[in-house]
Design a protein around this ligand. Structure first.
Ligand SMILES: *Cc1c(COP(=O)(O)O)cnc(C)c1O
Length: 362
């Protein structure tokens, strides 16, 4: 028998969440973002879950090719664009769109003689200071692209730093949009603005965030970028990580649990040992009190997470025994709650699902 830990991928939840994204931004086309192996859900499974998207976006050139091999015939977008000349040739061969965000990429594209024209996303840096041309350099970069016979459609894009906290004192969403509109003024071409956070904000801000394309990722997998809960937005978890209790221990005041004896009982307790550890992708830094669902009852992690096991408090789950079902995150246990307790984000937990965990669909 394999270890009882299983990640169940809910294809129907991705379909549902994609519909939610569309409802947030009516009229916009949707790039379903499936970088990082579909946020840990598997590239092929994410491709099926997001089959109704208008295009699929990622950052790995080899996986762009893989999408074509898997039969995806719709648009594909490389969010970091090409890394070398071979990637531009690949983009032409496989009909892959790519971001152009810096002078080095522009030069690469100017030197290229691809077999067919390539469509690109010209990216503006509106304050995130990661990728993109400054607003004042944007029109010139656009003109250089327009001068190339082997460049097809040019989409205008930017990326938001704080769409989940739109009034951020250092950089408001409003200011990023203002810079984008100013830098892109008068330039033709479709516009692509929002990630999940921006998409969810579109419900409130409406026209200000209007664009031809949105680029949701995390919301499609049932996580949120921050702020409200996934359930409040009507999103369903696309991954349930579940395992079982494989042992129980009755302990008394003064007894400790696990490595480093981090947890010490101050009274009689029952401890459950779960077949899930950091080598499965559960965060080792999860503190005491991180929520865990046992037999449908919300309880707490106690003691340090070890490689293959973690320990939970069963004192108030009297029916729990060896074989009881434990949900680490997913259905019944929002991944954002686990992430927040552990000082991280749902994105990191999903993406870190380990190779050894058996994956099923359901
Ligand atoms: C990852 C990514 C997204 C999706 O972000 P989420 O927060 O997961 O919605 C959108 N646009 C770009 C450029 C990205 O890199």
């Amino acid at each position: 028998m394999p270890r009882p830990i299983t990640a169940t991928i809910h294809i129907d939840a991705m379909q549902h969440n994609l519909a939610r994204a569309r409802a947030c931004a009516p009229g916009a086309k949707v790039w379903g973002v499936l970088k990082a192996n579909g946020y840990g859900h598997g590239l092929e499974r994410a491709m099926r879950g997001l089959a109704a998207a208008d295009g699929l976006a990622l950052v790995e050139p080899d996986n762009a090719v893989r999408l074509r091999e898997l039969g995806w015939t719709g648009p594909v977008l490389l969010l970091e664009g090409p890394f070398d000349a071979a990637d531009i040739a690949m983009m032409a061969q496989y009909g892959v769109n790519g971001a152009i965000h810096c002078d080095a990429q522009l030069a690469l594209l100017e030197a290229a003689r691809p077999s067919r024209p390539v469509d690109v996303h010209l990216k503006m840096n509106t304050g995130m200071n990661r990728l993109g041309f400054k607003p004042e350099a944007f029109a010139a970069a656009h003109a250089r692209l327009r001068a190339l016979p082997h460049v097809g459609e040019i989409t205008l894009m930017t990326h938001f730093a704080n769409a989940d906290d739109a009034a951020h004192p250092r950089l408001t969403l409003h200011e990023q949009v203002r810079r984008f509109r100013a830098g892109a003024q008068g330039l033709p071409g479709p516009v692509s603005l929002s990630n999940s956070a921006g998409t969810l904000k579109t419900l409130e801000l409406g026209d200000e965030l209007a664009s031809h394309w949105i680029r949701p990722g995390i919301m499609l997998y049932g996580g949120t970028p921050g702020g409200q809960t996934a359930a409040a937005f009507g999103l369903k978890p696309a991954m349930t990580l579940a395992s079982e209790i494989i042992s129980t221990q009755d302990i008394v005041a003064g007894d400790c649990v696990g490595y480093g004896s981090r947890f010490q009982a101050d009274g009689a307790m029952r401890i459950g040992v779960v077949a899930c550890g950091y080598a499965d992708g559960y965060p080792r830094h999860a503190p005491e009190g991180t929520p865990v669902l046992v037999d449908g009852v919300r309880t707490r992690l106690v003691g340090r997470v070890s490689m293959d096991m973690l320990t939970v408090d069963l004192t108030h789950v009297p029916g729990a025994r060896v074989g009881s079902r434990v949900v680490l995150w997913g259905e019944g246990m929002p991944i954002d709650d686990v992430a927040q307790a552990s000082g991280t984000i749902g994105y990191e937990l999903m993406c870190a699902l380990a190779q050894r965990v058996r994956v099923v669909e359901g």
